[in-house]
Design a protein around this ligand. Structure first.
Ligand code: NAD
Ligand code: TYD
Length: 352
């Protein structure tokens, strides 16, 4: 008789990073039964998974991770042996407008999943895993020098990062108190196909294409460490299969860019691809009011995952950005679908 496939719950699989994780796991591991639990908020889009939705080891479950009854019911029904938890409210600017939405999903939702996982497996955690995906933003901000290490104290500055920090603490606390086998990774800024155009890179690409202003916050001298999303997915795969339990891993690209330099580069690359005269898109750059509590600089020390698990980013920034712009230019329909409705309202309110 065929052995039953291992049931794995991936939350937030209709979002940006989640959809890449789902595609990777569904294709690479036919021995896993992959369940995607997603509430399909403004950021979730099943079009992201069109190419794999018919695979026999993929299943979509629509639902909210903060719904206690639903989550318990799903764990009882499918007996998920592992969880890769990505579902979250993920945008800093939205967290400034509506912090409670971030508490509900990022904190309550995570605790809810931990409780359901604990109640199903409490008598035998052997071979089980709760993998919590987090962000480097929990560490707060860096000055001109230094890097975030796994031992850097948490010091979140936005409601988003405070809610992610809180969820990290709960996962760790459940490990200590209830012996839940967990692992956490904290990654730097991702970019790539399927990212919702409220985040810097896709927002700028979208506006360049539409000849709209490119809103750069403050003086544009804020620094982020950018990683191509598929390099994050490779790290997630390695951590899921090889990490030591109850450990945390930082993931990042050693690829720091000031926002204004990055936007200039995007403008030049896009001009070339769109056949516009060099310098055309840079004219769209507009410096706008700064984000309150804006973190100056993020940068990751990824030595631990490099040395312990042999991970290294494989996509150069030039290559990754070029692929990303090409993808957005080739998928205008996706952009139109996802930027209608709620997003348009948010955009008008936020940038006016
Ligand atoms: P995203 O906003 O693109 O996607 C989030 C997904 O979660 C969406 O599909 C949404 O529908 C779903 N979701 C939201 N609330 C839900 C709820 N209550 N119940 C069920 N599903 C819900 O986010 P992303 O950029 O793909 O980020 C995924 C994870 O990775 C998040 O936990 C985020 O904190 C973390 N992370 C993101 C980055 C980044 O640069 N994007 C970097 C480091 C870590
Ligand atoms: P974002 O993509 O929102 O990611 P995070 O704030 O989580 O790092 O923003 C990346 C950087 O770009 C951040 O310094 C804020 C800045 N930014 C702009 O200058 N203009 C914009 O329209 C957006 C969305 C971000």
């Amino acid at each position: 008789m065929k052995e039953k496939n291992k049931p794995i719950l991936i939350t937030g699989g209709a979002g940006f990073i989640g959809s890449h994780v789902i595609r990777h796991f569904v294709k690479k591991y036919p021995v896993y039964e992959i369940y995607n639990l997603d509430a399909l908020t403004y950021a979730g889009n099943l079009e992201n998974l069109k190419d794999i939705e018919d695979k026999s080891n993929y299943h979509f479950l629509k639902g909210d991770i903060s719904d206690v009854d639903l989550v318990n019911q799903l764990f009882r029904k499918y007996r998920f042996e592992a969880v890769i938890h990505l579902a979250a409210e993920s945008h800093v600017d939205r967290s400034i407008k509506d912090p409670l939405a971030f508490v509900r999903t990022n904190i309550n939702g995570t605790i809810n999943l931990l409780n359901a996982f604990k109640s199903i497996w409490a008598n035998n955690f052997e071979g089980k895993l709760f993998y919590h995906i987090s962000t480097d933003e929990v560490y707060g901000t860096l000055g001109e020098t230094g890097l975030f290490k796994e031992t850097t104290p948490y010091s979140p500055n936005s409601p988003y990062s405070a809610s992610k920090a809180s969820s990290d603490h709960f996962v760790r606390a459940y490990g200590e108190t209830f012996d839940i086998p967990y692992v956490i990774s904290n990654c730097s800024n991702n970019y790539g196909p399927y990212q919702f155009p409220e985040k810097l890179i896709p927002l700028m690409i979208n506006n360049i294409v539409e000849n709209k202003e490119l809103p750069v916050y403050g003086d544009g001298n804020y620094t982020r460490d950018w990683l191509f999303v598929l390099d994050h997915v490779k790290a997630i795969d390695l951590i899921f299969h090889k990490a030591e339990l109850k450990e945390t891993y930082n993931i990042g690209g050693l690829n720091e860019w000031k926002n204004i330099e990055l936007v200039n580069m995007l403008c030049d690359l896009a001009d070339e691809k769109l056949g516009r005269e060099n310098g055309t898109s840079r004219k769209l750059i507009t410096f706008v009011k700064d984000r309150p509590g804006h973190d100056k600089r993020y940068a990751i020390d990824a030595t631990k995952i490099e040395e312990k698990l042999g991970w290294k980013p494989s996509v150069t920034f030039e290559e990754g950005l070029s692929k990303t712009i090409d993808w957005y230019l080739e998928n205008k329909k996706w952009l139109v679908h996802i930027t209608s409705g709620d997003y348009l309202e948010y955009y008008r309110e936020h940038y006016n």
